[in-house]
Design a protein around this ligand. Structure first.
Ligand SMILES: [Cu+2]
Length: 127
C-alpha cells in the first residue's frame, strides 16, 4: 500500500500551531489587563440623601476621583461644605430637591458638614 502525499503531510504536525496558541494567550492576557485597568480607572458616582437634617449615611468609602451626589430631600435649605484633609468645598444654599455634586480628586479622610445644621456629619474615606 502506497502512502498518499496527504497522509505524509499529516505525519508532521505544522510547527506554527504552538506558536499561534502562545500568541493568542498573550493577546487575551493583554486584553484582560487592559479591561481591568479601564475598570480601575473609571470614576464612580455615589448618591447621598439629605433627609431629616442628616445625611443618609454617616460614613462612606470611595475611590480617588469619585463624585458624591447630595440630594436635598428635606423641605428646607442645606448648605454643605468640606474643610478637612486639605480640601475646601463650599456649596451655595441648596433648596429642596436640588442635587449638588462634590468631586474627591485625592485620597484621605474628609468630613462633609452643613452650615445650617451643625449636627450633620458625613465622613468620606477616599482610597
Ligand atoms: Cu443642612
Amino acid at each position: 500500500m502506497s502512502r498518499s502525499p496527504l497522509r505524509q503531510g499529516d505525519a508532521s504536525p505544522p510547527p506554527i500551531t504552538a506558536n499561534l496558541r502562545a500568541r493568542w494567550v498573550w493577546i487575551v492576557a493583554f486584553l484582560l489587563l487592559a479591561a481591568a485597568a479601564e475598570l480601575a480607572g473609571a470614576a464612580a458616582t455615589h448618591r447621598i440623601v439629605q433627609k431629616g437634617r442628616a445625611f443618609g449615611v454617616g460614613e462612606i468609602a470611595i475611590n480617588r476621583g469619585d463624585t458624591l451626589l447630595f440630594t436635598n430631600e428635606d423641605e428646607f435649605l442645606h448648605q454643605i461644605y468640606v474643610a478637612s484633609g486639605g480640601m475646601t468645598f463650599d456649596s451655595n444654599e441648596q433648596p429642596p430637591g436640588q442635587t449638588i455634586d462634590v468631586h474627591f480628586p485625592s485620597s484621605g479622610a474628609f468630613t462633609v458638614r452643613c452650615h445650617i445644621h451643625p449636627k450633620m456629619l458625613l465622613t468620606v474615606h477616599v482610597q
